[in-house]
Design a binder for this molecule. Structure first.
Ligand code: ADP
Ligand code: AMP
Length: 226
């Protein structure tokens, strides 16, 4: 099944599933740019809501800080609204949603949310690697670019390559919240594998490979060139 694009093919509807730190956001940035479809990262949207102190942000902040999931009804509304926007009509790449069975079921009823029509990539990475990636992750607070102190460092230490802003460590990448996030993943998100497995367009990704190798694998599964 080849992925569509903005150039008149069927819309490309892509879901990235996998534990925090597996590299979903890193690949989502590249794949969404390649296909010219919006990257819908619920984590980014929530962090923006927190920074802007919106109603959603105030509800989400204490949960995110502890590494807990934000309630389904909030997330489902956010994503429903986002996928209803004009730019999502040509496809979308969901990064960080769905994370629970209720979210996956709600997605089926949303604009173009039928998973049997799209692609689901499951990023698989051993726990030890996940911990290394999360502890070394750094984020640009201005453009949301992600780096890693060892595997993907910026050109100038501590500064974003794109805009020179000072990189930060996410509060929930610190040890206390990481344990909770991984527990939430195992308990609430991992069961989604059974929901999607066996459908056409379900792909496993060996996320331990380099960024370039993972990217090449994804585009080949989508049936497109790099
Ligand atoms: P996720 O969106 O799944 O939480 P990220 O894309 O933010 O994960 O990646 C987590 C960390 O691992 C970041 O610091 C990123 O730079 C780094 N990273 C991403 N992909 C790879 C890879 N293939 N090899 C090594 N490090 C990676
Ligand atoms: P992420 O950037 O994807 O790692 O998400 C950061 C945090 O935002 C998570 O630990 C949750 O607290 C919250 N979050 C993001 N997406 C969802 C979702 N689909 N459902 C519930 N909570 C979410």
């Amino acid at each position: 099944m080849a992925a569509g694009s903005a150039s008149g093919h069927a819309p490309a509807r892509i879901i990235f599933l996998g534990p925090p730190g597996a590299g979903k956001g890193t690949q989502a940035a590249r794949v969404s740019a390649r296909l010219a479809i919006p990257r819908v990262s619920t984590g980014d949207m929530l962090r923006e809501a927190v920074a802007n102190r919106t109603g959603v942000g105030r509800k989400a902040a204490p949960l995110m800080e502890k590494g807990e999931l934000v309630p389904d009804d909030l997330l489902i509304e956010i994503v429903r609204e986002r996928l209803g926007m004009a730019d999502a009509a040509s496809g979308y790449l969901l990064d960080g949603f769905p994370r629970t069975l209720a979210q996956a079921q709600a997605l089926v009823g949303m604009a173009g949310g039928n998973p049997s029509e799209g692609h689901v990539f499951l990023f698989e990475l051993p726990r030890a690697e996940v911990l290394q990636r999360l502890s070394g992750r750094r984020l640009c607070p201005v453009c949301q670019s992600t780096y890693h102190v060892d595997s993907n460092p910026p050109r100038i230490a501590g500064r974003c390559d794109r805009d020179g802003a000072e990189l930060i460590q996410r509060d929930d990448d610190k040890e206390a919240a990481v344990a909770k996030r991984l527990e939430e993943y195992e308990l609430r998100t991992a069961p989604l594998v059974a929901f999607y497995r066996g459908r056409p367009g379900f792909h496993r990704v060996d996320a331990a490979r380099t960024v370039d190798a993972v990217y090449r694998h994804i585009v080949s599964q989508l049936g497109i060139t790099e």
